[in-house]
Design a protein around this ligand. Structure first.
Ligand SMILES: [Zn+2]
Length: 141
């Protein structure tokens, strides 16, 4: 497999090490601000709503709804050649944040996918250190 054919993977940063460790344990964790009480994604040390550094980690329920999606037919790089068609999605988590992800466990067909449908988190173990959070229809488990 050449470099170009390898699927690009996230590189954990110190701010997100905890997040990726929990993903490896198949748990989804979010940052929440102790000052304005809002949860947010992606994980970072400063609240994007009020710029407070008084933030903490909270475990997400893993439940949400499909906010929007797109079906990818043309692979963005050769690494995705065997994966098309697939669904990129924004999921609105129960805790509030919207999270970019993939929708799995459903045919990549606009006749089947419904904005607002309930979804639950699942994890794809893509390397020894990275498990990617993806979402599937809540009733397909
Ligand atoms: Zn805040």
């Amino acid at each position: 497999m050449t470099q170009a054919e390898q699927r690009p993977l996230p590189v954990p940063q110190p701010e997100s090490d905890f997040y990726w460790e929990k993903c490896r344990e198949h748990e989804l964790w979010l940052r929440r601000c102790n000052d304005c009480q809002r949860a947010y994604f992606y994980p970072r040390d400063i609240c994007p709503h009020c710029f407070s550094r008084n933030v903490t980690w909270v475990k997400a329920s893993g439940r949400g709804t499909l906010f929007t999606y797109a079906i990818v037919h043309r692979p963005p790089t050769p690494a995705f050649r065997d994966r098309v068609p697939y669904v990129v999605a924004i999921v609105e988590l129960e805790e509030g944040p919207k999270m970019p992800t993939n929708l799995v466990g459903i045919e990549p067909d606009p006749a089947k996918i419904r904005v607002g449908m309930p979804v639950v988190v699942d994890f794809e173990d893509v390397s020894p250190t990275i498990s990617l959070p993806v979402f599937r229809p809540a009733n397909s488990a």
